[in-house]
Ligand binder design. Structure first.
Ligand code: NAX
Length: 331
């Protein structure tokens, strides 16, 4: 039997965590033969909730779950961690701007980064989900310099999966037969799903989405706004923000990162920019990536049209502004 991996989940009393834990405990994230120990971190006022969630996890009688620690102490939470999933943070309240949210989260990410730096495994893999996800990841990278920069990633997989679903509905094909959309840049309200390179499995090979859509204009209009507004639509009907789909995307992201992407398939991840596609090096920017043996690489050489270029540049600009603002709060 494999040694268990220690998985930290912050914001562990929250709603995404609640949907995510059974997925982790059943092996959907790290594989059906990989035992896990969960470290659940939240803040003091959520201490009771944490305990309740732990009781439910115990009642799940999961064969792969070898231990559960609930804590409100960030150092205890980070000890020996192999995988850290950062769902915790200051929530966006009504009327809060992005800058307000950044300034509220800087202190939290700084402290958690230092704890990971000092107490986690040196090759710890970190996924930041909490918003503003790209900039929280950047702060974390800054304050955990000994964790390799390629190990700190922000989530754009929910947006990616939403885009796959929009294409599947429009083309009337199964979502499992659609692949290779791209979320470029920032997980923000200006996010840009790009279907210029997306493919559909038609049984005897693949056809491009561009070839299959009847209305050419749709990909640059409604398709984009449908993906951008999906979160709001869900809040309106569920009266809570997306949780099941966010947990599933988190699980997909970690599985693909650690176990690898299928041949010929890429996914979107907010990774440390090396300057690919002319994006400023050092930003946490979402690119199309393939993964093998726990390492990602950016898909190179895709042809970028003028419309996509403008969107990519605008998102780069947005992230540079977030970065500059965050650094001005720090120093
Ligand atoms: P919840 O409000 O249900 O849970 C957040 C939890 O974090 C709460 O239990 C809270 O007590 C805890 N928390 C606050 N400060 C903390 C700290 N310093 N240390 C540890 N825990 C702390 O939110 P939920 O719906 O679960 O969403 C979690 C985060 O994911 C939010 O920031 C949300 O904006 C973000 N999202 C990001 C997405 C993405 O695609 N990147 C999509 C889904 C989601 O909206």
């Amino acid at each position: 039997e494999k040694d268990p991996l220690i998985v930290l989940v912050t914001g562990a009393a929250g709603q995404i965590a609640y949907a995510l834990f059974p997925m982790i405990a059943k092996g959907a994230m790290l594989g059906p033969d990989q035992p896990v120990i969960l470290h659940m971190l939240d803040i003091e006022p959520a201490g009771d909730i944490l305990k309740g969630v732990k009781l439910e996890l115990m009642d799940g009688a999961f064969p792969l779950l070898k231990g559960v620690i609930t804590t409100t102490d960030v150092i205890e939470a980070c000890k020996g961690v192999d995988i850290a999933i950062m769902l915790g943070g200051f929530p966006r309240r009504k009327g809060m701007s992005n800058k307000d949210l950044i300034s509220k989260n800087i202190g939290i990410y700084k402290a958690q980064a230092s704890a990971l730096e000092q107490h986690a495994d040196t090759n710890c893999k970190v996924l930041v989900v909490a918003n503003p996800a790209n900039t929280n990841a950047l702060i974390l990278k800054e304050y955990a310099p000994s964790i390799p920069e390629e190990n700190i990633i922000s989530l754009t997989r929910l947006d990616h999966n939403r885009a796959l679903n929009q294409l599947s509905e429009n083309l009337n094909v199964h979502v499992g037969d659609v692949k290779n959309v791209i979320m470029w840049g920032n997980h923000s309200s200006n996010q840009y799903p790009d279907a210029n390179h997306a493919m559909v499995n038609i049984g005897v090979g693949h056809k491009s989405v561009k070839e299959l859509v009847t209305d050419d204009n749709w990909l640059n209009t409604e398709f984009i706004t449908n993906v951008q507004r999906r979160g709001e639509v869900i809040i309106k009907s569920r009266r809570l923000s997306s949780a099941l789909s966010a947990a599933s995307a988190t699980c997909d992201h970690m599985r693909d990162w650690i176990l690898g992407t299928p041949k010929g398939t890429w996914v979107s991840m907010g990774v440390y920019s090396d300057g690919s596609y002319g994006i400023q090096p050092g930003l946490i920017y979402s690119f199309p990536v393939t993964c093998e043996k726990g390492e990602w690489s950016i898909v190179q050489g895709l042809k970028i049209d003028k419309f996509a270029r403008e969107k990519m540049d605008a998102l780069e600009k947005e992230l540079i502004e977030e970065k500059n603002f965050a650094y001005s709060c720090l120093h």
